[in-house]
Every structure is written in C-alpha cells, then in structure tokens.
Design a protein around this ligand. Structure first.
Ligand code: TYD
Length: 339
C-alpha cells in the first residue's frame, strides 16, 4: 500500500506512520507536512533511515504541492493535517477554516482528478458538540460549538458531500481526546505533566467537571489503519477510548502521580468561552470491524508521564519561543483573574 499521509509530523499522524510501517511491511509512506508550530521533525526522526518513508514539505491548501506529492501514484490519502487546538481557534479562527475546510477541499479535488482509491479524513468527536447524556453515534446531527469543531465539521461535510455527489471513495474517523507521547504541550495532559515536572501550577478551567473520553494515541492510530483497510466507503467511524473522566479527575491523577499537591499546584482559572461540558462516543460500528482499544487508561497515563519525564529534550525546546507567546495570550489574563 502506498500512502500519502498529510500532517504526518503532528501527534497522531506521526504515530500512525510508525504503526503502519511497523505492522505492514509492504507499506510505503509519503509524509506531506507544512511544518506549523505543531509539525515537528523530531516526531518522525526515527523513521528517516527507513527507505519506505519520505518527507515532503508542503501545504494541503496548495494544489500544486498536493499534486506533486501524489505523482508516482498512491493507493490512499490519510488526512491528519489540521489546526487542532480549541483555545487557539478562539484566539484566531481564520487559520482553522483555511486548513481544516479549504485544505480538505483541495485534497478531495486531488482524489477526484487522480482517482485515488481511498481517502480517509481524520476527524474528532467534537463535531457532535456537547452531549449531556448518552453517547454520540455516527448518524447524529453535528452541533459544533467552537471555531475549531465547526471547521472540522465543515471538512467532514465536504468529504461526505464528495461521496454523495462524485462517489469519491471516502471514509471519516471521529476520534475522542487523544493522549500519549509526542503530544505538543498545549493540550491538557502534556501541558499539565510538563508544568508539574517544572513545579508549576496547572490552570484548570472553570469547575473542572467537564468530561472527555480519553484514548491512547496507539489505539487511535490502529483504529484509523483498520478503518482505512476494512471500513465501508462513504461511512463514518467513531474511535473512542471508553475512558470518560472529568478534567478534575485527570488533574488529581496527574498531581498525585507527579508527587505534587492539589493545594499548591492546581489553579482554578476562568473557563474557556463556549466550553463543551461533555463528549462521549458510541464505538459499536468500529468494533464491528474488529477494532477495540487495548491500552488501559491508568497504564497509558503512567507510561505517558514516564515518556515526558524521560524525554525532556523533546518538549523543553517546544515550551520556549512560539509557545511562550501563545501561553501569555491564552493564560495571562486567566491566571490574573484566577477563581
Ligand atoms: P484540550 O486538551 O484542549 O482538548 P479539547 O478542548 O479538544 O477537549 O482540553 C481538554 C479539556 O481540558 C477541556 O475540557 C479543556 C480543559 N483544559 C483545562 O482545564 N485547562 C487547560 O489549560 C487546557 C489546555 C484544557
């Protein structure tokens, strides 16, 4: 299988490439990535010696870059390229619409023109919006409420429209909150782990009772590979870890595992604007393909903490420069007006 993976220098994409090359010996991967702040060459450094892997710097919004990456032919495109952080989308929505909607459109046009046999769009449970009770199924109405989730929903709807209109051979996966090694330290788990390692307090939004379903990145990547190989064209598959926890529970676990105290190391700060209270996924459809998550939450979280402890040289440079500017824009006023 010859794959074009877009956004493969990011968190989930880099794990997917590693998994595909490890478990499918006849697989070859071209990784097209524009190298935003979240696209980190260090995430794929161990793959560079593998002759089945090649890297191309380019933007999915750039039609020529996309077309030149698929010359030579590919059997499938897997689109991980996206702006993904809700808080950044609140500060700066335009980038999200450009990459997550327009970029998806450019890829879909390439699928159509070059008759690529499969296109898989990596999406998120956030497109369903806030679910007070129960679990979202793939046929639920999309009610995104942040600029990020609205952009991802826009991308998903384009993908499904290309199936209905042009019979483009598409698949969509909607993953839940993902954690594990190599995650940029702006998201809840790596931000809190790295703050706690550095003896800094963690900024918990609002009452901390918001609930997310956590999936380990290996389980998420495996789900994407299995949907790519066995999913039914034109379909959406939810990939959830089945580990619903409140942010407060996660914070307490991390504080304890890192040997800190909630009294000194948790700061309750102003809530995120439009903050969704709860996400939960029904994963029966993906499980019918034979996929199920394998990594228990307690073990996954412990090994993730160990990875951040052992790999300071990976994350420390990321917490300077661009990250500092973002952190100040995002947190300065919140920390000043801590609850
Ligand atoms: P995040 O990792 O940003 O993922 P998402 O918003 O896509 O779910 O956040 C996970 C949860 O953690 C979310 O409810 C917001 C909360 N959160 C905090 O309380 N403090 C923080 O500093 C961050 C980044 C997130």
């Amino acid at each position: 299988m010859r794959l074009l993976v877009t956004g493969g220098l990011g968190f989930i994409g880099s794990h997917f490439i590693r998994l595909a090359l490890r478990e499918r010996p006849d697989c070859r991967v071209v990784n097209l990535d524009v190298m935003t702040y979240a696209g980190n060459p260090a995430n794929c450094a161990d793959l560079e010696a593998d002759s089945r892997y090649s890297f191309v710097k380019g933007d999915i919004c750039d039609r020529e870059a996309v077309e030149s990456a698929i010359t030579g032919g590919v059997d499938a495109i897997v689109n991980f390229a996206a702006e993904t952080h809700v808080d950044r989308s609140i500060l700066d929505p335009e980038h999200f619409i450009r990459t997550d909607v327009l970029g998806t459109h450019v890829l879909l046009e390439a699928v159509r023109r070059f008759q690529i046999p499969r296109f898989l769009q990596v999406s998120t449970d956030e497109v369903y919006g806030d679910v007070a009770t129960g679990a979202s199924t793939e046929s639920d109405v999309l009610r995104p409420r942040s600029p990020y989730s609205a952009s991802k929903a826009g991308g998903d709807l384009q993908v499904l429209a290309y199936w209905a209109t042009y019979q483009a051979p598409v698949l969509v996966t909607r993953g839940s909150n993902t954690y594990g090694p190599y995650q940029y330290p702006e998201k809840l788990i790596p931000l809190f782990i790295t703050n706690l390692i550095d003896d800094q307090p963690v900024p918990l939004y609002g009452d901390g009772k918001q609930e997310r379903d956590w999936i380990h990145v290996e389980d998420h990547a495996r789900g994407i590979l299995e949907v790519l190989e066995r999913g039914e064209i034109g379909n959406v598959y939810n990939l959830g870890g089945g580990n619903n926890r409140t942010n407060l529970e996660i914070t307490q676990l991390l504080v304890r595992e890192l040997g800190r105290s909630a009294d000194t190391h948790v700061t309750h700060v102003l809530d995120r604007e439009g903050h969704d209270r709860r996400y939960a996924l029904d994963t029966a459809k993906a499980r019918k393909l034979g996929w199920s998550p394998r990594i228990g939450f307690q073990d996954g979280l412990r090994s993730t903490i160990e990875w951040y402890r052992a790999n300071e040289s990976w994350w420390r440079p990321l917490r300077s420069g661009e990250f500092k500017d973002y952190f100040n824009r995002q947190y300065a006023h919140r920390l000043v007006t801590a609850l």
